[in-house]
Structure formats: C-alpha cells, structure tokens
Design a protein around this ligand. Structure first.
Ligand code: NAP
Length: 311
C-alpha cells in the first residue's frame, strides 16, 4: 500500500477521491491538506509545506484544488520529490502545464494529469467501434444546470476558472480519446454573463482532416433534463455515448451498462489504478489536447454579453 495525501477537500475530493482511495488496493489516505475541510481518520494539514516537512513517507499527492491555485501546490510537491496526480483541467494555462512536465522530468517524479471522463464505462468501447469507421459528423451536447452542480463555487466564474468549459473539457477529453484523428478548433461563440469573467454557454466548431463536421454545444443554463451526449455518424452506423460516457448505443441498440444506479462509479477507481501503474513504471501521463481546445476557444471565441448570472 502506498501512502497518499489529498489536497483541496472540496466537492470532488469528498464525492469521489476519498471513496476511491478507501476502496483502492494500492493506496492509503495518509493525510489531507485543506484550509477548511478534513477527512475522518486522516491527519489534516492546513498548508502543503507543513505536510511536506512533516511526512517524508508520503510519496504521492493527489491535488483536487481548482486550476488556478493548483500549479503552486503541484510545483512545491514536485520540488520536494513527490509524485503528483492532478484533477482536470491540468492547469489554468497551457504554459504552466508544460512547466509542470519539465519540473517533473527534472525531479524524476511521476506526473498524472487525469481525465476522469475518459474512464467512463463505455469510452473504450466507443473508441474501438469508431476505429475502423469513416466519420461523417460528431456532435457534442453537454447541457447542465450550473446551480445544481456547482453551488457556491465562485472560482469557476473567475479568470482561469473556465466557466462552462469546466464540464465541457470532460466532453473534449472523451472526443480526443475516441477519435482516430486529431481535430482543431476553427470557431467559437462564447456567452459571457455581464457580471462574470467566464462563459456560461459555448458553441464550438472543429476542423477534421477527413472533412467530418465536428461541433459542440456547452450550456450551463439547462434546467430540467441534463444532457451529456456525443453522437457520431459514420459510414457504418451512428454511435451515441450518453450520460457522460456511461452508456453507449449503436444504431439505437444499447450495450449493457455495468451499474445502472451509479453508472459513473468506475471512473475514479480506474484513475487510481492507473496512477498505481504509472508509479510502478515511472514517467509522465499528461495529454493536453482537451486543454488546447479550451485555450483555442478562449483565444478565438466571439464573445456575446448575456444576462448577469446570479446564483
Ligand atoms: P470545490 O468544491 O470548490 O473544492 C475545491 C477545494 O480546493 C476547496 O474545498 C478548497 O479547500 C480548495 N482550495 C484551495 N485554494 C482554493 C482557492 N483559491 N479557491 C477555491 N478553492 C481552493 O471544487 P471541486 O468541485 O471539488 O473542483 C475541484 C477540481 O476538481 C476542479 O478542477 C474541477 O474541475 C475538478 N472536478 C470537479 C468535479 C465536480 O463534480 N465538482 C468533477 C470532476 C472534477 P480549502 O478551502 O479547504 O482549502
């Protein structure tokens, strides 16, 4: 068993990381770092330097902070010779992701930039099915209610918080995983509330080297039914990934789902199993393609000012 510390004891740490570590055959939660949060049974530190100074035996840190404060924590951990696992997105900017990679290489530690949605149950099957098909179009529809999923999270509205790209990047992590070809953004429209810094809605279009129409809509004003869906039309049928990658149909026929009550329950256990394998072989696992698309959208996007968002 490998001792691991969790930093940033917020929603995702408590919902997913703590149970995944508790069930892991590889890791033991040995400490937490958080200004306000704690996990029963794990010694708590309020800053990372105290943890690093106190615990030489904790070789791995899993960082669940929002993207902006995460770089400083990751850099401190790596400089102290610790292996690091990053929540998505891997940074607030691409440059800081590259800087972390160089730092990890220099200090010979493992760095894992996780994409939890890639571990959704049906993503690997979708990739396999698409591999020998010719893509005609791919449409991402990621529509959710920000009030329901991100209550009280002011950081998502601040520069670097990414707004609707915070969930949207999950869709892009799946798209970049399942498509056989690399795509790149050609245009974007971003709806930015008058009183906020980051988009509440976005429409994206991409270039595909074989001419397929690839597009995405990300929406945070969706009340009622929530949709996390990717539809790919090919020369040999239509594939639909829904519920964030947990369900798959081909021409309407459903592949069996593993666990109907909680179809996304395998994501974080698989991430920790991957981290254990990375530690065993050494190295860096950091695919920045989803982040490139978001950076490109923020660079190329046509901004529309929309009604203020009040929580
Ligand atoms: P959250 O509930 O707001 O928690 C983030 C934690 O980070 C806070 O509890 C806070 O803990 C700590 N923190 C340290 N410095 C901070 C700062 N300057 N501003 C805000 N928080 C700071 O956020 P979350 O939903 O867990 O998301 C964290 C990361 O996980 C994000 O990158 C997000 O994209 C990713 N993620 C979230 C979800 C989800 O469903 N929520 C799903 C997958 C991935 P202390 O104040 O106690 O230090």
């Amino acid at each position: 068993m490998i001792d691991i510390a969790l930093m940033g004891i917020g929603k995702i740490a408590l919902d997913q990381h703590v149970p995944a570590i508790a069930a892991s055959p590889d890791f033991t939660l040995a400490a937490t770092v958080s200004r306000h949060g704690s996990v029963p049974g794990a010694p708590g530190f309020t800053d990372i330097d105290s943890l690093l100074a106190a615990h030489d035996g904790i070789r791995v840190l899993s960082l669940c902070l929002p993207p902006v404060p995460r770089f400083d924590a990751a850099a401190r951990a790596i400089r102290a010779g610790r292996h690091v696992m990053l929540e998505k997105p891997p940074g607030a900017t691409l440059a800081e992701c590259h800087a972390l990679r160089r730092l990890a290489e220099a200090h010979r530690v493992c760095l894992f930039a996780t994409w939890h949605s890639r571990e959704a149950d049906k993503v690997a099957a979708a990739k396999t099915w698409l591999a020998d098909k010719r893509l005609r179009s791919l449409r991402v529809t990621w529509k959710e209610d920000v009030r329901r999923w991100h209550p009280g999270q002011d950081w998502i509205w601040e520069p670097g918080g990414m707004g609707v790209f915070d969930p949207g990047i999950n869709a892009l992590s799946i798209v970049t995983e399942i498509l056989a070809h690399d795509i790149h953004l050609t245009s974007a429209t971003l709806d930015v509330p008058e009183n906020r810094q980051t988009p509440i809605g976005a429409e994206l279009a991409f270039y595909h080297p074989e001419g397929a129409e690839v597009s995405a809509v990300f929406e945070w004003r969706q009340e009622g039914d929530q949709t996390w869906e990717i539809v790919a039309e090919t020369d040999a049928g239509t594939l639909k990934l829904s519920d964030g990658g947990a369900r798959l149909t081909v021409d309407g026929a459903a592949a069996p789902a593993l666990d109907d009550d909680n179809p996304l329950s395998g994501e974080y256990p698989r991430l920790y199993a991957k981290m254990a394998r990375l530690l065993a072989r050494g190295g860096i696992d950091m695919d920045l393609r989803p982040m490139v698309h978001v950076s490109d959208a923020l660079a190329l996007g046509h901004r529309r000012r929309v009604a203020p968002f009040v929580e």
